[in-house]
Design a protein around this ligand. Structure first.
Ligand code: AMP
Length: 110
């Protein structure tokens, strides 16, 4: 039987993580190795390998991810100081986990 990737296991609560938000479509949790003072991941509950797998039939999921990226940035109060949004795609793009995710990074005071 194929083993679920780490994000699928976080979404299904098979392993512990710091989940900040979850609904029927997405899960948002803290990155375990934060590169910024605030670093969270916005992940679709349904397995979508990467950005290349987005198409006309599932684009609503990407839209939902992005809307909630903005919402969580506001909730975490990094929207005024500023933040970075990143999607790595495939190995050459720095993607380590083959389950689509948005990195939301911020909290730097300048
Ligand atoms: P990427 O390189 O775009 O695939 O990003 C994967 C991200 O997942 C990295 O920033 C890791 O620090 C993060 N990560 C890996 N394992 C976990 C975990 N168990 N819980 C939370 N974040 C994780």
């Amino acid at each position: 039987m194929k083993k679920n990737n780490i994000f699928a296991r976080i979404i299904n609560k098979q392993i512990k993580s710091d989940i900040l938000y979850q609904d029927d479509i997405i899960t948002i949790f803290k990155d375990i190795f934060p590169k910024y003072p605030v670093h969270v991941l916005i992940v679709p509950n349904k397995k979508i390998k990467n950005l290349n797998a987005i198409n006309n039939t599932n684009q609503n999921i990407l839209n939902h991810m992005l809307i909630h990226t903005i919402k969580i940035a506001k909730k975490l109060k990094i929207h005024k100081t500023g933040y970075k949004v990143l999607i790595n795609c495939n190995k050459g793009g720095g993607q380590e986990i083959p389950h689509l995710h948005i990195h939301l990074m911020g909290g730097v005071k300048k």
